[in-house]
Design a protein around this ligand. Structure first.
Ligand code: PMP
Ligand code: GLU
Length: 421
């Protein structure tokens, strides 16, 4: 029988056909094809593109302090370079840094995470991904209050878990109740993820509210908790409260935190977790295959930040409080926007749905995404659609910007909204 290039003719034809079919299909994995781009980052990209064309865009889309990292932390990084901290670090971080984080947990949160229960990562983002990928099996259910921070659901999707959103409306200050939490729990529930102070709503759970969640969770020993506390120091109520403080569930709580927000260190990429040792070990293994230890120089800077006086952090918090008051006052004057008063973080999450169906004669606002695009193009103010956070009636406005820019942004928004009839 004839053989062509090692194939029988029929086989070869089939091979060529199937090859041509794969060329037509997107060759990327289903995993990446089903992943959404982060809309906080996407919107910021659009705003930068518009700025590059010469427009004066006020970018309030990315959740990032506008302050530069405090001097003593930057000095520690320079010293780390001069002292030769230029090699790989242990996967979970330098021992001195893990010790400093363990001491911070004790001092500020009254939590007992030993250094071997700490994993330092490339931002809290990686800590969250490590935890979800380490705990969630395909089909496991993950309860996430809605509105949620963008990346939680996408990483659960990567892990092939099933997101169970639990909706909390503006009328309840965007806070779910313990009854709602309990109603969402099934035998397949693996994880409960929430942030307090919350991105995108700025809501903060009180100790009593966290205790009520802990009382529910105590009844379900197979459910773990990922408590995202990255806005810990931007809390306008009182001392930060962690759900890990309750004895009944503390063995099942993983606390995620980081230096991006509290120390204005977004670019340094330092996040961390305090976790039961077996989860910390799993995350160390995951990280060891994907990134290794995070930047050695940033780690030395983080050690300095966590072992120094919190004065700069507290000053930034006061600036955020002042801006919160300013923005809430001005936004209440925008006709038709419904506002909650955020108690922490640096976001406001107004309901803008009263504008849906209105038009300026050129653009019709059908949803929150249209509202954001309208404001970007007509007012040159960049904010993020609530759709990214699971609520398409709202938009997220970051007030981590200079006071005069915030005032100008709201003036422009009002002016653009007046044209919608
Ligand atoms: N969690 C929340 C709620 C956030 O808003 C952010 C913002 N970046 C992160 C985690 C991740 O922070 P980072 O990776 O910069 O530490
Ligand atoms: N966490 C910030 C935000 O929500 C930064 C962007 C991001 O990491 O997605 O805007």
């Amino acid at each position: 029988m004839n053989q062509v290039g090692g194939f029988y003719p029929l086989k070869r034809m089939m091979y060529v056909c199937s090859y041509m079919l794969t060329l037509e299909k997107n060759p990327l994995s289903d995993r990446i094809n089903s992943l959404e781009e982060s809309q906080t980052i996407g919107m910021s990209k659009l705003s930068r593109e518009l700025s590059a064309k010469g427009f004066d865009v006020i970018n309030l889309s990315l959740g990032e302090p506008d302050f530069i990292t405090p001097d003593h932390i930057r000095e520690a990084a320079k010293k780390a370079i001069d002292d030769g901290f230029t090699f790989y670090s242990p996967i979970s971080g330098f021992p001195e840094l893990r010790k400093a984080i363990s001491a911070k947990f004790k001092r500020e949160n009254n939590l007992d995470f030993k250094p071997e229960q700490i994993v330092v990562s490339t931002g809290a983002k990686q800590a969250i991904a490590n935890i979800i990928l380490s705990l969630v099996n395909p089909g496991d259910e993950v309860i996430i209050p809605l509105p949620y921070w963008v990346s939680y659901i996408e990483v659960v999707k990567l892990a092939e878990g099933k997101v169970i959103p639990v909706k909390s409306p503006i009328e309840s200050d965007y806070k779910i109740t313990p009854e709602q939490l309990e109603a969402a729990i099934t035998p397949n529930t693996k994880l409960f993820i929430f942030s307090s102070p919350c991105n995108p709503t700025g809501s903060v759970f009180t100790r009593d509210e966290l205790k009520a969640f802990a009382d529910v969770l105590a009844k379900y020993p197979n459910v773990y908790v990922l408590s995202d506390e990255i806005y810990e120091h931007i809390n306008f109520l009182d001392r930060h409260q962690s759900i890990a403080e309750f004895d009944s569930i503390k063995e099942r709580v993983i606390v995620v935190n980081g230096l991006s927000k509290s120390f204005a260190m977004t670019g340094w990429r330092i996040g961390y977790m305090g976790a039961p040792k077996w989860i910390a070990d799993a995350c160390d293994k995951m990280q060891g295959q994907i990134t290794s230890g995070t930047c050695s120089i940033s780690q030395k800077a983080a050690e300095k930040a966590l072992t120094s006086d919190l004065k700069p952090t507290l000053e930034m918090k006061e600036a955020f409080r002042r801006r919160r008051n300013l923005v809430v006052k001005l936004m209440k004057e925008i006709p038709g926007w419904k506002i909650n008063e955020p108690k922490g973080a640096f976001y406001v999450f107004p309901d803008v749905s009263s504008y849906f169906g209105k038009s300026d004669g050129e653009t019709t606002i059908r949803n929150a995404t249209d509202m954001c695009m309208y404001l970007l193009h007509k007012a040159h103010v960049s904010i993020v659609t609530g759709e990214a956070f699971g609520d398409d009636h709202c938009v997220r406005f970051s007030y981590a910007a200079a006071d005069d820019r915030l005032v100008e942004a709201i003036r422009r928004i009002k002016e653009a909204l007046e044209k919608l009839k």
